[in-house]
Design a protein around this ligand. Structure first.
Ligand SMILES: Nc1ncnc2c1ncn2[C@@H]1O[C@H](COP(=O)(O)OP(=O)(O)OP(=O)(O)O)[C@@H](O)[C@H]1O
Ligand SMILES: [Mg+2]
Length: 144
């Protein structure tokens, strides 16, 4: 496993650009955990990943409110946000794991709410505030 890589961005646009750049490393079947503070930039990062994969836009999952599906790019991207999930097994009862363990890339905000899921993620990206418009973004796992 390569050493974690630490980035610092000084604007939301730079965080999107980082997502765009790192998306080139993502492979089908990857599960990307996004963890860290509220307002850390996780959703902005996902926007950049979608752009980097060449996604044409997103649709809401027909079954799950916590899943947005980005299609038309190099790989399908499933954006999942667990912020409002209650118990861990809700996720599995609901059947969301068909996306998470599918052939596309899943990117999961607040993946640490479900420890067994976090342990299954191929890349873990941790966001923290480093000033009003600065964020520290640590990337562990993946291509390196
Ligand atoms: N360097 C930066 N990178 C990303 N966002 C930044 C940065 N500086 C300021 N911001 C602001 O911080 C906020 C980040 O919001 P975002 O929704 O991406 O966070 P989040 O981690 O998804 O939060 P939540 O945990 O609530 O889902 C936005 O309002 C954005 O404009
Ligand atoms: Mg968010």
């Amino acid at each position: 496993m390569p050493e974690p890589r630490v980035y610092r961005t000084d604007s939301p646009e730079k965080t999107e650009e980082l997502g765009e750049k790192l998306s080139r490393e993502f492979k089908g079947g990857d599960r990307i955990a996004l963890v860290g503070e509220l307002g850390g930039g996780k959703t902005r990062f996902v926007r950049g990943v979608a752009r980097g994969l060449g996604s044409k836009g997103f649709i809401k999952s027909p079954s799950f409110t916590i899943v947005n599906i980005y299609e038309g790019g190099r790989l399908p991207l499933y954006h999942i946000d667990l912020y409002r999930i209650g118990r861990a097994d809700e996720l599995f009862e609901a059947g969301v794991e068909e996306y998470i363990y599918g052939k596309g890339v899943s990117i999961i905000e607040w993946a640490d709410k479900v420890p067994s899921l976090l342990a299954d993620c191929t890349v873990v990206i941790r966001f923290s505030h480093a000033g009003e418009t600065a964020r520290e973004i640590e990337v562990a796992g993946g291509a390196g």
